[in-house]
Design a protein around this ligand. Structure first.
Ligand SMILES: *Cc1c(COP(=O)(O)O)cnc(C)c1O
Length: 407
């Protein structure tokens, strides 16, 4: 653990962590769904609404210039954070879901009937359904990379899915249920050997490990601000410039045009071609603050802290009779999905809540994965930079109580 990892001090940055639930101190273990937000990010949003709200790119006046500068500064910060080559490759969206829909819709225009798209069995619905919608519209089929019982993708099976019809690969970096960190560099390299572009869904990776889109060499990378200590309603799509230039606009409106007349319209340069309408410029500016916050702690320090929590909690959970953990890949982020014996995930979640422990239950927007696991749903505990070992202990004690009740 690094010197600047002062957990108690970090926790002071998150006022929500001081809450109580049913008279018990909150233990927030639903970070995979969304992370809590540090005060510096909220302060930035409040301050912008009080002091400097003006629409971006549309005014000659000072406030508009200031807001535009803040938004574009955030774009440069995102570019640095993921090591993209240019700011033209950073498109602001509403979230991972919209980023993937943008690619399915726009890149999808370049695809044709009979083409095939490869996804994995562990995808979030937002990396399945947009491709299915495209498939229905254009007569394109989905092929699925299987996994083994540990939750590791079968790379031999993946290699065999390629044929002359394969047109695109879309795969998650980290599974939001199993925690598996997929070998995205290998996945991309294999696809590129066949001349096939790849989108990586980075929603679950972006706040927990170093992400370098040039090193991964992916063609697209999608993530959400709200899972990385930033505001909700903002997402990012990274895309290689050569693809973005070939792709048609996703939505039409203000900001994305060059010139408009009733006989035709030309489109703005990248990245604005893909940013129709007024964006959440205040949220975008606050995403900058969230990235600075992560950087001030250090992504590697965060990753190693979370990994310690993962190892410790997993080991202690195995003390509980009947405990079934789903996802035991060697390369794994701090996400633990489980069931206690044959008890229902929902009952476990409700009882944990009564003890102040917030976890998520259900299919986690990954029904095909639930089918593969042979369950209807699971309970999921997921960790972030502010969780402590004491909280893990409280979680384990609560689990023991719940297990005794549900026995
Ligand atoms: C959360 C999540 C999404 C969807 O993100 P939104 O912010 O809801 O758009 C997609 N993929 C994975 C792996 C996720 O965890």
């Amino acid at each position: 653990m690094t010197e600047n990892y002062d957990l108690q001090k970090l926790r002071e940055d998150f006022p929500s962590l001081k809450r109580e639930i049913y008279g018990k101190p909150l233990v927030y273990l639903d970070n995979t769904a969304t992370s809590q937000t540090p005060k510096c990010v909220v302060d930035d949003i409040v301050s912008a609404y009080y002091n400097s709200k003006a629409n971006v790119h549309r005014g000659v006046h000072t406030l508009s210039q200031e807001m535009t500068d803040l938004q574009e500064r955030a774009r440069r910060r995102v570019k640095e954070y993921i090591n993209a080559s240019s700011i033209e490759e950073i498109i602001f969206t509403r979230g991972t879901t919209e980023s993937i829909n943008l690619v399915a819709s726009s890149f999808g225009e370049l695809l044709k009937e009979g083409d095939e798209i490869i996804v994995s069995v562990m995808e979030h619905h937002s990396n399945i359904v947009p491709w299915q919608l495209l498939g229905q519209r254009k007569g394109i089929t989905l092929k699925v990379i299987p996994m083994n019982d540990e939750g590791v993708l079968d790379m031999d099976a993946y290699r065999k899915l390629f044929n002359e019809h394969t047109a695109f690969v879309s795969c998650t970096h980290v599974s939001n249920v199993l925690g598996t960190i997929n070998p995205v560099k290998e996945i991309v390299a294999e696809a590129h050997r066949h001349g096939v572009p790849v989108l990586i869904d980075g929603a679950q990776a972006i706040a927990h490990q170093k992400v370098d889109v040039v090193d991964i060499d992916c063609d697209f990378y999608a993530f959400s601000s709200h899972k990385m200590y930033g505001p909700t309603g903002i997402g990012v799509l990274y895309g290689k410039k050569e693809w973005l230039e070939k792709m048609p606009p996703y939505q039409g409106g203000g900001e994305m045009i060059g010139n408009v007349s009733f006989s035709g319209t030309t489109f703005a340069e990248l990245p604005f071609k893909f940013e129709a309408g007024t964006p959440d410029f205040i949220g975008i500016a606050a995403l900058h603050t969230a990235i600075d916050y992560i950087a001030s702690i250090g992504i590697d320090a965060i990753a190693s802290h979370e990994h310690e929590l993962l190892e410790y909690t997993t080991r202690r959970m195995m003390e509980i009779p009947g405990m079934r953990i789903f996802g035991t890949a060697p390369e794994k982020d701090a996400i633990i999905s489980f069931l206690i014996g044959n008890s229902h995930h929902f009952d476990t979640g409700v009882l944990l809540d009564k003890l102040g422990i917030e976890v998520r239950t259900g299919h986690h927007c990954a029904e095909p994965l639930m089918h593969r696991l042979g369950v209807e749903g699971v309970v999921r505990a997921s960790f972030a930079l502010y969780n402590t070992k004491e909280e893990c202990d409280r979680f384990i004690d609560a689990l023991k109580r719940v297990a005794a009740i549900l026995e």
